[in-house]
Design a protein around this ligand. Structure first.
Ligand SMILES: O=c1ccn([C@@H]2O[C@H](COP(=O)(O)OP(=O)(O)O[C@H]3O[C@H](CO)[C@@H](O)[C@H](O)[C@H]3O)[C@@H](O)[C@H]2O)c(=O)[nH]1
Ligand SMILES: [Mn+2]
Length: 741
């Protein structure tokens, strides 16, 4: 069957796209009234500005600027709600149209960076889940990029390759789900299959884990093991993570008669790769790893489609490859699809999402809103790419007839494995990219901590479309941070990278001008402008409290008409946000937790990201990438399960959080005391003037209850240390003295 003919003659398509209900008339009415209120608020600030020389003039100006930024940001954020679309692939139709021989090859890239932060056992679970996809094994290849250059990870992969010979047939026979052995065996439902085979398989897995972990603990791979695989000789000269030659080891190449499972079935190809790393030679983090993978895989399998997974994101649904291919193989209308992004979900999330992760509203609504413009964001892990688009090709309409997806891509003459390995090593040495377009026009873009977002944007600007697919049954599950500092540092990295994109030539309004829709340009900025959002947030978190102490009213009297837009925006926006969260599957408490995290992120991580981006723009520092920790101590995990916030250090971000909490507490208490001390007539007059401000401080205090608890009550290791208490109280007092007295 030829694809071109197919797309035209077959009426039923492989994908259905539906418009979401989030973008209905009620929503637009709501948006219009909020917009009107915002304008009235701006008018209030503009007309009520204290005259020059008046002491409250600067404070007022600050409020005005904050509200302008909030308002503009709110307008931007409507772009990702205006028209949400949802895509549904029909796997059964794909299978009717394409038999196993006609399905295209698929390469899966797994990235890992550090054997301590990302333990080898975690990594191989992801690898095994990908090897076990329900997809013709001879068409599947798994590539592991190890930026840690670690013999432990290599050893674990060798172990996994042997285990796969048992695991893959077992998965097929019992229709196992999920196919990460760790996840499968830790699920209670797995108990239902307790046959002898189940017990044997679990034993095999546990023994393998045991072997890997004991080697890691020992700190070296013992000689008996090294002697079994000559690949270990690469580590003979004591190489380090930052300084080593390129290593490419093809573990299964698909041609060796011994590379079969216990029933003689073909195994997917399996490749270990550690690109060369030298001190003083920038390696561009994940983007560099991905580009190395693109080149190595093009030499070995050159599959037209690529799935990228972070090492902690296992496949939770064996059908995902087939489902994703529906988007790419849907006849002519799919020729311009560059990538299909899945949302990030996690399997270590507590009921009320303590750290606001995952942000369900982003996953369920906003990303679908970007899909509405044909510009779904590329968010890293869980993304299927068309190799051509990822490697830098432009989409040109008249060329689309030349893409024959149903014809397997040109088969390379099989080279002997060692020759292939040697050829690949040259592709991943430090100098290969010198003077080339890699990192600019080809592959993932360098120089940005959110390589994914900026790469997605450039691909779209080359004429490609992208889709977002959020299946009910989670396609991938990863590990979310389980302590506050890790959660904040991750956001700081994202936020920094995104603001950097905004300030660079890649700014969607410039780079995307005329190439992607205006709504999409705005949509990008909802995320790219996180950093500057910290300014009004910091202002709102401190100044109203200080002014309450000083007796300066910042909001209109509650009995005046001007109070209406403030109250309306505040109440309706939060009601809407609660409703959105609940329809997305949040609990009420999860919504509340998210609001706290928004406050924490915006006043700390985003603010530091802002400062660091400015420093970087001035040329004083370079892009960093703090790899997110995937493991934590046992007591930390315990507290996480009980949904107790893990502070547990004297990080400067905590001092800030605590200071704002103290400031608002002082403001609230003194404010109330001052008002309550008045006689009845004055009391009402004063209340009238200050009530909105008191409510604001009150809410900040309320949302910070866990902060006070961590400062004053908790005794466990995750509390805020007394140094933070000391710093926050002194800073709050200092601010009070400077500003008020
Ligand atoms: O030098 C590096 C640094 C990181 N990684 C890998 O990149 C992935 C993502 O790193 P992680 O620390 O887990 O970052 P997250 O913030 O959790 O990742 C999200 O955000 C990143 C962009 O900031 C995207 O690349 C990821 O796909 C996305 O899941 C992991 O598999 C790492 O092993 C490398 O391969 N080399
Ligand atoms: Mn991660």
């Amino acid at each position: 069957m030829r694809e071109g003919e197919n797309g035209e003659t077959t009426p039923c398509t492989l994908v259905e796209t539906k418009e979401g209900r989030h973008s209905g008339g009620a929503y637009r009415a709501f948006a219009a009234t909020v917009m009107a209120s915002i304008v009235v608020i701006w008018a209030y600030r503009a007309t009520g500005m204290p005259s020059a020389g008046h002491p409250g003039r600067w404070t007022w100006m600050g409020m005005f600027i904050s509200e302008i930024i909030f308002g503009v940001y709110w307008i931007l954020s409507q772009s990702v709600r205006w028209r949400t679309t949802f895509n549904f692939p029909y796997k059964h139709l794909l299978l009717q149209r394409y038999n196993d021989h006609q399905l295209p090859n698929v390469d899966v890239f797994v990235c890992t960076a550090d054997p301590t932060i990302e333990p080898p056992v975690l990594v191989i679970n992801t690898v095994l889940s990908a090897m076990a996809y329900d997809y013709p094994t001879e068409k599947l290849a798994i590539y592991l990029s190890d930026d840690g250059g670690s013999e432990f990870t290599f050893y674990a992969l060798i172990e996994a390759s042997n285990f796969a010979k048992h695991w893959l047939p077992f998965c097929r026979k019992f229709m196992v789900e999920p196919r990460s052995p760790e996840a499968y065996f830790s699920l209670n439902s797995a108990l239902h299959h307790r046959s002898q085979e189940w017990i044997d398989m679990k034993k095999l897995f546990d023994e393998m884990k045991e072997r890997i972990n004991s080697v890691v603990e020992m700190g070296r791979v013992p000689k008996e093991i090294r002697d079994q695989n000559k690949g270990f000789s690469e580590w003979d000269n004591g190489i380090t993570k930052q300084n080593h030659q390129s290593i490419v080891k093809i573990i299964f190449d698909g041609n060796n008669l011994d590379d079969v499972d216990i029933h003689g079935g073909v195994l997917p190809k399996l490749v270990y790769m550690a690109r060369e790393k030298r001190p003083n030679h920038p390696h561009h983090f994940k983007a560099g790893a991905m580009n190395a993978l693109i080149r190595v895989s093009s030499e070995i399998t050159n599959a037209p489609f690529i799935l990228n997974l972070d090492c902690d994101m296992y496949s939770n649904n064996p059908d995902t490859i087939k489902e994703s291919l529906c988007f790419f193989l849907d006849g002519k209308r799919s020729h311009d699809i560059a990538f299909v992004q899945f949302p990030q979900y996690f399997d270590n999330i507590t009921k009320n999402m303590l750290y606001g992760i995952p942000d369900l509203v982003i996953n369920e609504i906003e990303l679908a809103g970007m899909d509405g413009y044909g510009t779904a964001l590329y968010c890293g892990t869980g993304c299927f790419h068309r190799r051509e688009a990822l490697s830098g090709k432009k989409y040109v309409e008249d060329l689309n007839g030349s893409i024959h997806l149903d014809v397997p891509t040109e088969k390379k003459v099989p080279k002997p494995v060692n020759e292939l390995e040697e050829a690949c090593k040259l592709l991943v040495d430090c100098n290969f990219e010198n003077g080339s377009q890699w990192g600019r026009e080809m592959g993932l873009v360098y120089g940005c901590a959110v390589e994914d977002i900026v790469t997605g944007l450039t691909i779209q600007c080359r004429g490609w479309r992208s889709l977002y697919y959020n299946p009910k049954k989670r396609a991938f599950l990863g590990l979310a941070p389980i302590s506050l500092d890790v959660a904040l540092v991750q956001y700081k990295r994202w936020c920094e990278g995104m603001f950097q994109i905004f300030l660079s030539n890649y700014c969607p309004f410039i780079h995307g001008h005329g190439k992607i829709k205006f709504g999409a340009q705005m949509g990008y900025c909802v995320y790219l402008l996180w950093a500057p959002l910290s300014i009004p947030m910091l202002y709102y978190a401190t100044v109203p409290a200080l002014c309450l102490l000083k007796g300066i009213p910042l909001f209109p009297e509650v009995t005046s008409l001007w109070a209406i837009p403030f109250a309306y925006v505040f109440v309706i926006k939060n009601c809407w946000s609660v409703a959105e969260a609940i329809t997305c599957g949040c609990t009420l408490k999860a919504w509340w937790n998210l609001q706290r995290m928004l406050l924490f992120r915006r006043t700390t991580a985003f603010f530091f990201a802002l400062i660091d981006t400015v420093i970087k723009q001035l040329g004083f520092s370079q892009t960093k990438f703090a790899v997110t920790a995937k493991v934590a101590a046992e007591d930390v995990s315990k507290r996480y399960e009980q949904e107790i916030i893990e502070f547990g250090s004297s990080d400067i971000m905590y001092s800030m959080i605590a200071t704002f909490a103290m400031l608002n507490l002082f403001g609230l208490l003194l404010g109330i005391k001052n008002v309550a001390a008045l006689n009845l007539e004055l009391f009402f007059k004063c209340l009238n003037k200050f009530i909105l401000q008191i409510i604001l401080c009150g809410l900040i205090v309320l949302i910070n209850l866990p902060t006070y608890e961590a400062l004053f009550i908790r005794k466990d290791k995750g509390r805020l240390p007394s140094s933070v208490l000391f710093k926050s109280v002194t800073s709050a007092l200092l601010a009070f003295i400077i500003y008020v007295l």
